[in-house]
Design a binder for this molecule. Sequence first.
Ligand code: KG4
Ligand code: ZN
Length: 347
Amino acid sequence: MRILGIESSCDETGVALVESDGSGALPRLLAHALHSQISMHQAYGGVVPELASRDHIRRVLPLTQAVLAEAKLAREAIDVVAFTRGPGLAGALLVGAGVACALGAALGKPVLGVHHLEGHLLSPFLSADAPEFPFVALLVSGGHTQLMRVEGVGRYELLGETIDDAAGEAFDKSAKLMGLPYPGGPWLAQLAEGGDAQAFRLPRPLLHSGDLDFSFAGLKTAVLTQAKKLGDELEARKADLAASTQAAIVEVLLRKSLSALDGTGLKRLVVAGGVGANRQLRAQLDAACARRGVRVHYPELHLCTDNGAMIAMAAAMRLQAGLEAAQPRYAFDVRPRWPLDALAVGA
Ligand code: KG4
Ligand code: ZN
């Protein structure tokens, strides 16, 4: 069975084709294509939802054609059309949902709406070193920071989450204060490489809260206060401030992930979402988990941020697990707000 996946929840248009052979083996990626809108939004310092929607409209069909050409398949070879149903920007989601349903209707093939975070969560199954269930998942994207206990496809228990900003937001907002381009995470991480992580003492919010929740809003304020204090000196100390900010975010993510592993007794950690591309986070998780005999899995670097492959994969895995029957029904809705644990089997 071949599943086309369309991602359009934010500022990346992604299309991909995966195939599952019915043997129970993991579905495999046949082709994928991506268009990032980052350069378009950069002039505004953040995502402009209306521009995002219009650009998705322009990109999604050419990307679909590129994917089919790469896989050397005609569109009739598609068995199911999957799309990101939420969470995300309403207008952007509607583009993917509308195109997916139109394509499904034209081909007479069923469609399936997918949860964007489930896509991130299952994206490590696209890598050569795929995990096995059960595991603890650290989901760190631009809009979400969550720890989950994952027993299987669709069996997700929320262990903790951010009560305010997400880790990606903490990276992006701090970077913005330092005058770095949007999205600031990768820029801040790059700048931090040449800085001293101990230069500034920044707060580690909720580090000792005794639960698995996060809070990053105060960190951004602390970075702002520090930047103001530095005044004219900021330019010369920017790398130190970046390194100190990254160290604070990474330490909280690391400690809470280890607590989640301790609390559940699980020996496997899966890291997913854009912040999962952060090198410091990877290095520290790898070192701490190696000491505890815990295996860590990541998506391939290029599949950490939003893409169509993770949406096609999540659809394929849900279908394979018998959790979903793709329907030839083409009326659609989107869910801009949609908690992942609402997917839990029996919920
Ligand atoms: O998962 P994602 O592509 O989009 C959402 O679903 O939100 O994550 C985007 C987030 C942004 O906040 C971006 O700054 C952050 O991931 N990010 C990074 C790095 N690469 C992407 N943050 C820190 N270090 C990185 N290398
Ligand atoms: Zn995402």
